[in-house]
Design a protein. Structure first.
Length: 566
């Protein structure tokens, strides 16, 4: 059935590539009462396979197509899936007969006339979805007020604070069918719900509301139906508070809100102020036994304090975006210790990280991003892609926002954070390690890391900051003359953006290529030759690239000699 639907959907796309009359033509045709037989193209053949499909199957295909090709998407006036009503009279009748097709109203800026016609065609469909990415033109929102009782999803993002009237009308009405509500306001500063003219949120009548998302707007705690929520997302870009309407970002309001939403499955709290928004009271703990995903953003103090009070299942994925507070690194260490405790409690072997990616910039902005996952890339191509990070159980970034004029934390702090990541996270079963550091950083203890991660089979090193990682591949002799092999199970080494021509060792004695060649030679003598050596976008001469062939079963070089830099 799936293959059949995909085949028929492709036929629909092929049949609907001819020029359309457009939305305005459609509306003119309706208002002038023109005959469908004269206005629509007829099917050229009634004996094609798709012409004999039963209406139920055709309707199902239309629903798939409606999800894939919505009208008014990307800010462009286009019919989208509504092309099917211009193919033939039968298709039009089927589409007009399915009210649920018209019950999903999304887009950027549809006109009021078109919205009215969509609502008429939706009739009394109970699953009406309204989703606007920008402020609708005047008169649009007011058309939904009579239908608020049957709207299941209402997503109003990027609203202007200068047009609050229609929003006030909608929020004053009861919404017994509403399950998902998202409200986002444009502007450099957050606004309160009262500033938008609101005094009640759907008359306090939203028995089915499960997800609430607020961006740059604060709704008083007393108006939020906390106990029934499974998803809560709050994003504030600046710190504001009034005596009459404290923000949920304030400690007392936020604590009260979290305590009263114990059934949350997804929690997103992202604060971007120059000051600390949250202080955790001593001994306070908030339990979320069902939470599967936690996203926190803010200063390192704010994130650390939030992590202290949240009691989470060990299966909860963590996504943390931290704004570094110069010059102290105490909160960084607190965050890393709390994260480590979370993934170690308990710490069964099968839940330890198998993949670790670390990306750093040149130190000017101080960005370090970490992604750790229990999944191992299935292939080299998968390892080179970024999609693996989307399923990571842990992502952390430490950043500095230039907007707040915080000093960059520099190379030494980068080193402290990296060493903290390596020493605290459960990585003893790591299989894939990716390090991307464009510029020079202080010396890292790569050999000590290799002894913690003896099961690593694939290393991806990108940027000049990873040159010490390559030179650390030397086998070492202990006092008892026992041979110690760094990363003893290493099979694949993927190198990118390195300079093998001019880059020198840290003490200036040998160039990177010579040290790397010596390391590979020693590993070959120790019977730890690589299976794959891949070199991309590196500064290297053809003869030197060819000289590395004997150290790997397979050498992949992109043929680019690069541009030497001095």
């Amino acid at each position: 059935m799936r293959i059949l639907l995909e085949t028929e959907l492709n036929q629909i796309r092929d049949m609907t590539h001819t020029p359309a009359r457009g939305i305005d033509k459609e509306l003119d045709m309706i208002s002038l009462g023109r005959g469908l037989a004269r206005s629509l193209p007829s099917c050229r053949s009634v004996i094609t396979p798709i012409s004999v499909l039963p209406p139920e199957l055709l309707m199902r295909i239309f629903r798939f197509y409606a999800l894939k090709e919505p009208p008014w998407s990307g800010g462009v006036q286009k019919l989208g899936w509504i092309w099917v009503t211009h193919v033939c009279q039968r298709w039009r009748q089927v589409a007009l007969g399915d009210s649920s097709l018209w019950a999903r109203i999304t887009g950027s800026s549809p006109n009021a006339k078109w919205i009215s016609e969509m609502l008429v065609r939706a009739r009394n469909a109970p699953l009406l979805v309204v989703d606007f990415a920008v402020t609708p033109v005047p008169g649009i929102l007011s058309k939904f007020a009579p239908h608020i009782f049957r709207i299941r999803e209402l997503r109003l993002r990027g609203l202007s604070v200068h047009r609050p009237r229609a929003l006030r009308e909608i929020c004053a009405l009861e919404a017994p069918a509403l399950e998902h509500f998202e409200l986002g306001v444009l502007g450099p500063y957050p606004v309160t719900f009262h500033q938008l003219g609101g005094t009640t949120l759907f008359g306090g009548r939203t028995p089915k509301l499960r997800t609430l998302s607020l961006s740059n707007v604060s709704i008083p705690r007393s108006l939020i139906p906390c106990g029934q929520l499974t998803q809560l997302k709050i994003t504030l870009f600046r710190d504001i508070s009034t005596h009459s309407t404290p923000l949920p970002g304030d400690s007392s309001q936020l604590l009260d809100l979290l305590i009263n939403t114990p059934d949350l499955e997804v929690l997103v709290l992202e604060f971007r102020p120059p000051t600390i928004l949250f202080q955790a009271p001593d001994g306070q703990a908030i339990h979320f036994p069902r939470l599967s995903r936690l996203c926190l953003g803010g200063t390192t103090s704010c994130v650390a304090n939030l992590l202290k009070v949240l009691q989470l299942p060990s299966s909860t994925t963590l996504h943390l975006r931290c704004i570094y507070e110069y010059p102290s690194t105490d909160n960084v260490n607190i965050i890393l210790r709390l994260v480590s405790a979370h993934f170690h409690n308990p710490a069964p072997v099968e839940l330890e990280f198998r993949s670790l990616r670390i990306a750093g910039d040149n130190g000017l902005n101080g960005l370090i991003a970490v992604a750790a996952s229990t999944a191992h890339p299935t292939s080299v191509l998968h390892a080179l892609g970024d999609d693996i990070d989307s399923d990571a159980e842990l992502t952390i970034s430490f950043d500095r926002l230039p907007l707040y004029r915080l000093p960059s934390f520099g190379h030494l702090t980068q080193q402290d954070i990296l060493e903290g990541v390596f020493s605290m996270l459960p990585i003893s079963n790591l299989k894939f390690l990716s390090i991307s550091i464009p510029a020079f950083v202080p010396s890292m203890k790569w050999f000590e890391l290799s002894q913690r991660c003896k099961k690593v089979t694939t290393i991806r090193a990108s940027g000049r900051g990873t040159s010490d990682l390559l030179t650390s591949l030397f086998p070492r002799d202990t006092r008892a003359y026992a041979r110690i092999i760094p990363f003893p199970e290493l099979e694949s080494l993927l190198l990118e953006n390195l300079d093998f021509v001019n880059a020198m060792s840290r003490n200036g004695a040998l160039k990177l290529y010579n040290l790397f060649w010596m390391a590979l030679e020693d590993r070959r003598c120790a019977n730890t030759r690589l299976s794959l050596l891949r070199i991309d976008h590196c500064v290297i001469t053809p003869d030197r690239a060819e000289g590395l062939k004997k150290y790997a079963q397979e050498l992949r070089w992109d043929g680019d000699e690069g541009t030497p830099t001095k």
